[in-house]
Write a protein that binds this ligand. Sequence first.
Ligand SMILES: Cc1cc2nc3c(=O)[nH]c(=O)nc-3n(C[C@H](O)[C@H](O)[C@H](O)COP(=O)(O)OP(=O)(O)OC[C@H]3O[C@@H](n4cnc5c(N)ncnc54)[C@H](O)[C@@H]3O)c2cc1C
Length: 418
Amino acid sequence: MDFEYSPKVQALRQNLEAFIERFVLPYNGAWHRSVAQGVYPPPFMEDLKALARAEGLWNLFLPGLRSDEPGQRLNNLEYAPLAEIMGRLPWASEVFNCSAPDTGNMELLHLFATPQQSQQWLRPLLDGEIRSAFAMSEPDVASSDPTNLQTTVRQEGEQLVLNGRKWFITGAAHPQCKLLIVMCRSGGNELDKHDRHSMVLVPVDTPGVELVRNIPILQHHAPEGHCEIVFRNVRVPLTNLLGAQGAGFAMAQARLGPGRIHHCMRSIGQCELALALLCDRTLERQVFGKILADFANVQEWIADSRLEIDQARLLVLRAAWRLDQAQTELDRQQARVDVSAIKVVAARLQTRVVDRAMQVFGAMGMSPDTPLAYFWTWGRAMHLMDGPDEVHLRTVARHELTHAKDVSRGNGRLLYAA
Ligand SMILES: Cc1cc2nc3c(=O)[nH]c(=O)nc-3n(C[C@H](O)[C@H](O)[C@H](O)COP(=O)(O)OP(=O)(O)OC[C@H]3O[C@@H](n4cnc5c(N)ncnc54)[C@H](O)[C@@H]3O)c2cc1C
């Protein structure tokens, strides 16, 4: 395993950093003012997107892009350090058409859409003309176990009819969100529980789709939304079924791996920024005759944060590398375990490192005058979104136990006995 950034990635990192420094950061204040006034996305967003695309900083995430599709054709390992850079400024990903949940949705469409579905939805997503959301979780069932999901889809002639309620659907309040990919129950109990769900492409403006509310995350209102959505007799053509009927879970597996790597690397970018802010603050703030940096406990927080960030980054890069290299089903299983591991590690990292930074900033750390309160809120949400920590730990533990059983069938335990 070699995680040295290639010359191509180094060049992209430099270009991306320079672009953000020169064109995106200067708009940060204006972005927040605009959103506070209810103008979202701000009027300059389209200009920034056009500029980023012209500079070749567009669709940096999708490895399998075809020659007529815009983007850099980077694999997960190559994209990871770029996601880290974008993550430092949470609204920056949109400038480069690399926002969640669009990246995962484009990946999904790229793998499973028919030519007609690609033309209608994937192409405008790749061109940054529309946004999308992925609607899986439901208020009425424990969505950690998606086999519980109850929203139904049934076929009536040449149409599909959807009924149900989803919530925390990220991105659905974005004015350019035109597509919901909805996970629905399509089969009965006679089927294996992993073959009972299907994905359906639902245009947001279909009659019967109601955006009930944008749910705040703690005190944070995301302008793109984490929405509750009701589907009442929503009718779409039969051709809006994505992939095969009953293949919802198999397809979701394909979508979630890279998407989680992107989340984790953005998280590491935010932790790097939190640590940099923490260090700056400790070098200038004085208490009891010393700067904060002179206190042993603060030095320990700084050192622990550096060790933890570097460990996490290496683990995420390994997961990205495994995902890229996977050839067999066994490789893919191993990659899924790694992705579960980083999902837990990154969430823990973010709440821990940002919490230390908030403590060092005193009351200011809880205010909107630094990005720390937002970073912490997002870190807290990461313990839940894309599956709670416990589910991912279970995946890692099961893998470990399977391995242990294999070893005990061999002679691994003999060493211990001796
Ligand atoms: C900011 C944010 C954005 C989100 N975006 C989206 C989105 O775009 N689309 C979407 O569909 N969903 C989204 N979600 C929803 C998220 O995926 C779910 O909240 C998550 O999967 C957990 O489901 P649940 O809330 O129903 O919790 P439940 O399933 O009710 O679980 C509750 C708790 O049970 C415990 N638990 C669960 N399983 C186990 C286990 N195996 N062992 C031990 N304990 C366990 C855990 O502590 C868990 O937190 C988002 C959530 C947040 C917070």
